[in-house]
Design a protein. Sequence first.
Length: 318
Amino acid sequence: MPAATPWPATLAGSPAVAVIEQAIARQRLSHSLLLHGDDPATLAAVALAIADRLLNVPESSASFPPDQHPDCFTLRPAGKMRQISADATRELIGKVQVSAAVAPRKVAILYEVDRMNTAAANIFLKTLEEPPAHTTLLLLTTRPYALLPTIRSRVLHFRFPAATAAVAADGWPAWLADYRAWLGRLVEGVSGKAAVADQIFTLYGLVARFGAVLDFATAEQWRQQKELLPPDLDDDEQIAIETGIANGLRAQLFAEIAAATRTFALPRLDAGDARPRRAYPAAIEKLEHNVGLLRLNLNESAALEDFLLSSLRLWTLK
């Protein structure tokens, strides 16, 4: 029975996929896998591909898509705080303790497992110490070191690079082009009140447009993903998924700002321009600092505004 769920195209044939496929074929796959990387969508696609290959086998009495399979269980963060609670963890554990319905084994996919609160993590740790028979636990996270060390030590680790392309959102390529053009004008020199006011006006325009791009991209990706989600997700789980999409896109947009800054700076460094040697590392350090603050609930507009104001100073200083 060939698997119906493909691996992400960019990962097919990769060493990690080859190891997993070989382990499944030999029925020697570990009972607990930690799938980590930078892109939640890639991790989810990998988990579903693994679940398909474990559940839809010749010994199964029926075949289902993995996300609709009666022997495939999921655990997701819930609510605006996007937490995995102790009660939700106990509920999942109760489900995997029951015998499989149509397949020879069961699979549990734990999305954003780093969102477990302390009580939930300790409850889950006991399950890892004494895993249920004929059950595979797939733990997904973009922040593996946020997990308890005792959890990390009991699972087999696989890292997967992002399989997605750059953000395709209306206005984003133009935003990046205008950002690089703005940096170019700063390097050429800003003198006089009118010129300074113009650069500041452009700065705040970039901030406003960034918010519009992020909102559009989040709404579009949520619309697409919502069509693929199980129909029985409750409101708290849907809110958590939508918030996770926004956070993931926000991180990707800021990463592309860093890449655009690098694209702007490197040719000037190669040409012997001394200014990028000081401004570029300082700007990237500021951007990374502000991205870190986003995880502490700093507003993205405030983070970007602070970064651009710092850039205004860094790139105009001689």
